[in-house]
Design a protein around this ligand. Structure first.
Ligand code: CU
Length: 172
């Protein structure tokens, strides 16, 4: 913050600040960026035979002092794309559509198995391991950003946690 304060103290314009931030961006190791948001570890599981839906996950880091919000996602890989979370009711995990996923200021949002995810409904073709799935993510403040989700093996489970099958079984 000291550097930011110095910028204002020395009377640089907002445009100069924007340019300075823009020059810094390439040094960030994010897979993708949306404005100041860093998007990392974007993945889906490879489809298993008969599977018609898929779920996408990613990590969103927000280094700014204002909250942002993931509002929606679009992709040619599915007939419809929704934002979902997983709620447990009477011991049964069920997916529910949500209107957005908050990305707190100076914080992060993680879309991960068993929680928030991008739901790909009625895939136009199976997700194949090693392929990428192009998606446009829409943020309230950072705007639209085109990203690619990497297709991991159908058994991929980075959290290692027991999960209530997100593949063919879970009902919408
Ligand atoms: Cu879902």
């Amino acid at each position: 913050m000291t550097i930011f304060l110095n910028f204002f103290r020395f009377g640089h314009s907002l445009a100069a600040l924007a340019l300075w931030v823009g020059m810094l961006s390439p040094t960030q190791a994010a897979d993708f960026t949306a404005g100041s948001l860093a998007l990392n570890d974007l993945w889906v599981r490879a489809s298993v035979p008969g599977q018609t839906n898929g779920a996408g996950y990613l990590q969103i880091n927000n280094p700014t002092s204002s909250t942002d919000r993931l509002l929606s996602a679009q992709s040619e890989a599915a007939t419809r794309v929704e934002l979902h979370t997983v709620l447990t009711e009477n011991g049964v995990a069920k997916m529910r559509q949500v209107q957005g996923v908050d990305v707190p200021a100076n914080g992060s949002a993680k879309l991960a198995p068993g929680s928030f995810h991008i739901m790909f409904l009625q895939l136009t073709g199976p997700f194949k391991q090693g392929d990428t799935v192009p998606v446009v993510l829409k943020f309230e403040k950072a705007g639209d950003v085109r990203v690619n989700f990497t297709v991991k093996p159908s058994t991929y489970n980075p959290g290692g946690a027991a999960e209530n099958g997100h593949g063919a079984g879970m009902k919408h």
